[in-house]
Ligand binder design. Structure first.
Ligand code: ADP
Length: 483
């Protein structure tokens, strides 16, 4: 077993109602950089998920009744502890997930920024007074917490996807149960430990870890005490979970897959576009739902852009995220490697050209080389699906209209990016793109102040920003009569 340097934050079982659970059955947490066992964690199932929902249900009225300023103080304390332990949390994250340590530190800061943001927003959960239709009435609108919120989160952001949901839920006065991905339970459990240390009361924040996602998911989406379910993951699984939630008419937030276009117009600053693409494409080795997936370059600058990009890609360092200055870590598991290789192979056999990379790296079997493919056509599978790997798939286009049509030709609508120095084009294109988020001359767009979320089959609901509390509150209308 690999020695983990920061045992203080390591927990080996679910956190339910303020207590650590230990079941007989365990599952392995593996380091994706070398496939070595890191630790065994007690596996929860449906029974523990139900216990967590019941704990959240009994904690709800007390938590909701606290003055917003008190909830804000507790969230602030949680935020400070996360920042204080940023190094330990990042190291744990890299060990179980693989991303380079610098990126992991970035994720901890990014996750923490949502806790801080919603600690502040907790105090601004304003209602409204609306002019009434008659003189003897008053129309008052209040916002109330929806109740018990459950969530399922993915392995690509083991800390931030939880912080982003939990902070909004807790700020609004909801209680929370999350099931993280089984590949990355340690970051979630460390967050629970810090929530506990911050003084967040028992039952308010619960983490259920296990490998039987279906059984746990059934409880989290169907239990009568659950008011709302929030999911980040694939569109296929999301659709199934929406159906399950529909049975009980539960509110849902869905952050699903994307197929982000990254358009480089012929008036773009090509050096800036290369930098933006590197940031968007290669973050987390290409394993994010907002990673640039279809690179669309205007024909007149295609050669110049490709040349600059190729030089930049050659300089990327692949390797274990804990050692040296690696920029590209491993993919999460061997299936992920297989999927990327297959998409690449299909593209090559349909006429794509391989300029760089194209195979696993000598750093290890789950490291994929940064890869550059050109001559991609929109009908190729690699342009239809999320690649989720460090592969740039480049297409060319001729006109602005064609670029917009190509960009929108997908069932997904999460993030889109484009580079242009023409302000008129900037507004036209931003307006025409059917996506929830658009980066204009920027490859990294997500932050706590902004609403993150998609349209079309990328889901609904927004996380972060002042809109982020909407999903966790119900409007209650009070009609005061007989004045
Ligand atoms: P990814 O490709 O990121 O693994 P998934 O949608 O498969 O995307 O997984 C996201 C989360 O959904 C993970 O926590 C996973 O365990 C969970 N999950 C996968 N299948 C189901 C299911 N049938 N029911 C509930 N949760 C599921």
């Amino acid at each position: 077993m690999q020695q983990i340097a920061y045992p203080a934050l390591i927990r080996q079982g679910s956190f339910i109602n303020g207590a650590w659970q230990h079941t007989e059955t365990t599952f392995n947490v593996v380091n994706p950089a070398n496939q070595k066992l890191l630790i065994r964690v007690a596996a929860a199932g449906a029974a523990e998920a139900e216990e967590a929902v019941l704990a959240a249900a009994s904690a709800f009225s007390g938590w909701a009744a606290r003055p917003a300023a008190e909830r804000a103080d507790l969230l602030q304390r949680w935020y400070q502890l996360v920042i204080q332990h940023q190094g330990d949390l990042a190291r744990l994250l890299t060990l179980e997930q693989g991303k380079p340590l610098t990126e992991a530190k970035g994720e901890i800061a990014y996750g923490a920024s949502y806790i801080q943001w919603f600690a502040e927003e907790a105090k601004r959960l304003y209602g409204d007074t609306i002019p009434a239709p008659s003189a003897d009435k008053r129309v008052i609108v209040q916002r109330q917490p929806v109740g018990v919120v459950t969530a399922i989160t993915p392995w690509n952001f083991p800390n931030a996807m939880i912080a982003r949901k939990a902070a909004a839920a807790l700020a609004a006065g909801c209680t929370f149960v999350v099931k993280p991905a089984h590949q990355t339970p340690l970051s979630a459990l460390a967050l629970a430990e810090l929530a506990h240390q911050a003084g967040i009361p028992s039952g308010v924040f619960n983490v259920v870890v296990g490998t039987d996602a279906k059984a746990i998911g059934d409880v989290l989406t169907r239990h009568p005490k659950v008011a709302k379910f929030s999911f980040t993951g694939s569109t296929a699984v999301g659709k199934q979970l929406i159906k399950q939630c529909a049975e009980g008419v539960k509110r849902v937030t869905m952050e699903l897959g994307g197929n982000a276009p990254f358009i480089v117009f012929d008036d773009a600053d090509l050096d800036a576009a290369v930098q933006g693409l590197l940031a968007s494409k290669f973050r987390n080795a290409g394993q994010t739902c907002v990673c640039a997936n279809r690179i669309l370059v205007q024909r007149r600058v295609a050669q110049a852009f490709t040349d600059k990009l190729a030089i930049a890609i050659t300089q990327l360092k692949v390797g274990d995220g804990l050692t040296g200055n690696s920029q590209i870590g491993p993919l999460i598991d061997s299936n992920a490697v297989e999927k990327v290789a297959q998409l690449q192979q299909q593209a090559l056999s349909s006429g794509a050209t391989l300029l760089l990379g194209g195979k696993t790296d000598e750093a290890g079997s789950q490291f994929y080389q940064p890869t550059l493919l050109t001559d991609i056509r929109p009908d190729m599978e690699i342009a239809r699906q999320e690649i989720f790997g460090p592969v740039v798939a480049l297409q060319t286009f001729d006109s602005e209209q064609q670029a917009i049509a190509l960009a929108n030709d997908t069932e997904y609508g999460l993030a889109a990016y484009f580079y242009s120095r023409d302000i008129g084009r900037g507004f036209r294109v931003a307006q025409a793109l059917q996506f929830g988020m658009v980066g204009i001359n920027d490859g990294i767009i997500s932050n706590a102040a902004a609403p993150f979320g998609g349209v079309k089959q990328s889901g609904y609901g927004r996380e972060g920003s002042h809109y982020g509390l909407d999903d966790y509150t119900d409007l209650k209308y009070l009609c005061l009569g007989g004045l």
